[in-house]
Write a protein that binds this ligand. Structure first.
Ligand SMILES: NC(=O)c1ccc[n+]([C@@H]2O[C@H](COP(=O)([O-])OP(=O)(O)OC[C@H]3O[C@@H](n4cnc5c(N)ncnc54)[C@H](O)[C@@H]3O)[C@@H](O)[C@H]2O)c1
Length: 312
């Protein structure tokens, strides 16, 4: 299959590229290597065509018309909740207008399907747990708003242009290559600190929970979505909730280092509890998470440790 992966130099996108290549697909990566994102040129495997381009660029249409992708995996995004809150226009520009540019190019190139990286952020503070596809979406951040809006555009493009789609609403994805700087997930941030033998900050009382899903599991959902789950939306999570305190304890076990802890107040807008019901993904994609948190954390730790050794 010919597949374009937008954001393919980033954390999740680059793992998708690896998996699609391993399955024998032909892949073109489109990525702007945005300064505030996790995209790195070294994440793209040798031999894969890399187009250094912004998804808002008119040139996207030419790239798509030449390559004629059968599937477009749309993972490029302004992915920071904090940046989106500071600059909602930038957020909408990249996440909505940029995505529309990609969808229009896909229609013109005769693309069959778009796989879209949506987010748990589309739910905001969900009143009922676990969250499933039918839970009301009331996003509380511009980032969550743009991710929700683009899901609606996917439906429009399908009914209007016959462009098929699968949207995957990820929980908190973690794993190798996640950028430990800035405001990545707590696992990457903690690992960065643990490796440097520094202390960590735990907000609130550390009992707030999230659904942490390993990037390898997310990749399998994306591989399944190549041929399954058409015109459908899935929450992609483990169905298990894990607190920040539990992550901290597991990390002490994995690294053998008891990082000093500083406590801080609850961050505004921080939800108490989030976890998903993955039953629909099992039915529609034949997917369920397989990697236990402690195993995923160990793999992630080993990746960052080995990277540090190479750089040393
Ligand atoms: N990491 C998570 O926990 C999580 C959860 C839910 C959804 N998502 C979504 O998954 C996707 C991938 O996220 P990630 O965590 O791998 O982040 P990432 O920053 O590592 O990857 C995003 C990629 O998009 C690229 N990009 C940004 N703006 C661009 C633009 N205008 N044009 C072209 N490329 C651009 C970046 O350079 C980067 O390589 C994003 O759409 C994100 O919103 C991630």
């Amino acid at each position: 299959m010919r597949i374009v992966v937008t954001g393919g130099a980033g954390f999740i996108g680059s793992h998708l590229v690896d998996a699609y290549i391993a399955e024998g697909h032909e892949v073109v990566v489109v990525d702007s290597l945005w300064a505030h994102g996790g995209g790195r040129r070294e994440n793209i495997p040798h031999g894969v065509t890399f187009v250094h381009m912004d998804i808002r660029d008119d040139g996207i249409q030419r790239i798509f018309s030449e390559f004629k992708p059968e599937v477009v995996s749309h993972h490029a995004a302004q992915h920071s909740v904090a940046i989106g809150a500071r600059d909602p226009k930038l957020d909408a520009n990249v996440n909505v207008v940029g995505m529309l540019n990609v969808l229009e190019a896909a229609v013109k190139a005769g693309t069959r399907k778009v796989i879209f990286a949506s987010s748990a952020a589309t739910y905001g503070d969900a009143a009922k747990m676990p969250v499933d596809e039918g839970s009301p979406q009331r996003p509380v951040s511009p980032y969550g708003i743009t991710k929700m809006v683009t899901e609606h555009y996917l439906r429009f493009f399908q009914s209007e242009h016959g462009l098929d789609f699968t949207a995957l609403r990820y929980g908190n994805v973690y794993g190798p290559r996640q950028d430990p700087n800035g405001e990545a997930g707590v696992i990457a941030i903690f690992l960065g600190k643990f490796l440097q033998r520094q202390g960590v900050r735990i907000d609130w009382d550390g009992e707030q929970t999230r659904d942490y899903v390993y990037v390898g599991d997310v990749v399998r959902a994306n591989v399944a979505a190549l041929n399954k789950g058409n015109a459908d939306i899935f929450v992609i999570g483990t169905g298990k909730k894990t607190s920040v305190n539990e992550i901290y304890r597991a990390m002490v076990d994995v690294t053998g280092f008891e990082a000093p802890v500083t406590n801080a107040p609850r961050r505004p807008g921080d939800a108490r509890e989030v976890y998903f019901d993955p039953a629909h993904a099992k039915r529609g994609l034949g997917w369920e998470a397989e990697v236990a948190l402690v195993d995923g954390m160990r793999k992630t730790y080993e990746f960052f440790r080995d990277k540090e050794k190479t750089l040393a």
